[in-house]
Design a protein around this ligand. Structure first.
Ligand code: HEM
Length: 481
């Protein structure tokens, strides 16, 4: 088993390993390095202050992390031969014709409509993620960071606020942030009884063994190119990537009123409306998993749950409880991946495609109660959605695979014209009937029910691929001549 040493913990940025649940407020600042010497000086000053494990729980400290785009590393002078060793998805960036098709960034989701990121907006060099226990603490932290940025002539090209909705809900009104892979060898692993959910460190952090029992490739430099002996060794090279992680950031706008109006139009009464939405999500608004509670939300008195101990293979193989095409079941099919012969094989394959989610909601909800009835009737106050953030050891086999092969694919697990019902991106494919629009199937006996012409409830309005390097890699960057 490979485990993090104390040295690794001091080196890995905190956001990779922790969701900072104690920090209710957050802000993301997109940066451009206009004055390279001063930018490097700034990086060397902040390197030790960047939040890591030891500092996450020290509530008095200011919590912040930084990740860079390919262009950001380039601007700071990381040599081409190091840059070219990053994964090609990161090098090419999120906005290429091929990747637009893979991720479903077409039509309404096309990058030409984005608020930020991609080829149609200002080039992003880095994102500074700033957190605060509450709004006042965030404001203090933000002010301190912005002062330093101004002194280093670093341009803030775009700012995004995040908020915490009541009971950890996302904007459609469902509890979020429940299912997460448990990292092998961590404290959580030792206290966790669900061994299916334990994933090797290398799936998320470079430098460690992954679920293929291999260590991912990583940008390396010669020892002679690290004169100050900052980076750790990988065999006879120095490893720039070790303890870093690829970070996906996508701004996903949620059309909340449209979502609930559609559910209402297809249902008779409030109860049926909530049940249909639950079938699409895979959990009740409280977070209770459908597969364990198929008939009603056991916590409809306002309580919520983090229950994550379930599979589908034995209790719900046909999807009669939790539909096979629901968001939950397709984003992690657990022990019931189609075309596998047993639970163990399924879990083994699925755990090669996990992601560590760190997203947060943005925009004021139209109702403080977050109750479906009110979300349906109230017009939106402003744009709302999810700043979707996730960490990966490999962008192609993790985020891109989940988004493309599980969420967007209309033929997922033998379904037909059924992309993910929440995201609703119908992958253009020659075998698809162009006359049939997005469909959602609720499996049942004796007949299944198909809901047709589902509107697109979520739109991509921004995004970039980042790399969140280790503290040592940041110090190395700052040391470059
Ligand atoms: C606005 C867009 C989205 C909304 C509203 C949304 C909502 C949710 C909700 C309510 C859950 C259940 C809570 C939980 O288990 O933590 C969930 C789970 C999940 N979502 Fe999403 N999601 C969105 C986008 C995405 C995207 C883009 C991806 C990946 C590409 C994704 C991947 C996942 C995964 C992996 C899980 C956990 C599944 C499991 O382990 O059982 N989601 N999402």
């Amino acid at each position: 088993m490979n485990v993090f040493s104390e040295e690794d913990h001091k080196d890995i940025q905190g956001l990779v390993l922790f969701g900072y649940a104690h920090a209710k407020s957050a802000k993301y600042l997109l940066l451009e390095f206009t004055d390279v010497p001063k930018s490097k000086q700034w990086l060397s000053t902040i390197a030790e202050e960047i939040t890591r494990k030891s500092k996450v729980f020290d509530k008095k400290r200011e919590v912040f992390n930084i990740a860079f785009t390919y262009q950001g590393f380039q601007a700071l002078g990381l040599p081409q031969k190091v840059l070219s060793q990053f994964d090609h998805e990161f090098i090419e960036g999120i906005d290429t014709p091929h990747r637009n098709r893979v991720l479903g960034d077409l039509g309404k989701n096309a990058p030409e409509n984005w608020h930020w990121g991609g080829k149609h907006n200002a080039s992003v060099h880095a994102v500074l993620c700033v957190f605060g226990k509450g709004d006042a603490e965030l404001a203090e932290n933000e002010q301190a960071r912005k002062k330093e940025l101004a002194e280093a002539n670093i341009k803030v090209i775009h700012e995004m606020d995040a908020i915490s909705l009541p009971d950890n809900k996302e904007h459609f009104g469902f509890r979020d942030g429940i299912s997460e892979p448990v990292l092998e060898g961590t404290v959580k692993h030792k206290t966790n009884s669900n061994t299916d959910n334990v994933v090797k460190l290398g799936e998320f952090v470079l430098g460690f063994e992954n679920e293929y029992n291999e260590v991912n490739s990583s940008p390396l430099v010669l020892p002679s190119e690290d004169e100050q002996d900052i980076l750790p060794y990988r065999e006879s090279y120095k490893d720039f990537g070790r303890n870093g992680s690829y970070m996906v950031f996508r701004q996903l706008k949620q059309n909340v009123q449209e979502f609930w109006k559609y559910m209402d139009e297809q249902s008779e009464g409030n109860e049926e409306m909530v049940k249909l939405a639950t079938k699409m999500v895979g959990r009740w608004p409280s977070g209770a998993p459908l597969t364990k509670h198929p008939d009603a939300d056991p916590y409809d008195n306002g309580q919520t749950t983090n229950d994550d101990s379930f599979g589908y293979r034995t209790s719900d193989a046909d999807g009669h409880k939790c539909p096979i095409g629901s968001h939950l079941r397709r984003s992690n099919p657990r022990d019931a991946l189609a075309d596998t012969s047993n639970a163990q094989e399924s879990t083994m394959l699925v755990n090669r495609h996990r992601i560590l989610r760190r997203g947060r909601a943005y925009g004021q909800p139209s109702s403080e109660t977050m109750l479906p009835e009110e979300l349906k009737n109230n017009s939106p106050k402003e744009e709302t959605g999810l700043h979707f953030i996730c960490f990966n050891g490999n962008l192609a086999t993790q985020f891109e695979f989940v988004q493309h092969t599980w969420l967007n694919r209309a033929t997922f697990a033998g379904l037909y014209n059924c992309p993910d019902p929440l995201l609703g991106v119908l992958e253009p494919h020659p075998t698809m009937d162009p006359n049939i629009d997005n469909t959602f199937t609720v499996e049942g006996c004796p007949v299944s029910k198909r809901y047709k012409d589902i509107p697109q409830f979520v739109e991509t309005v921004g995004g970039e691929y980042f790399f969140m390097p280790s503290i040592r890699a940041i110090k190395y960057l700052a040391s470059l001549e």
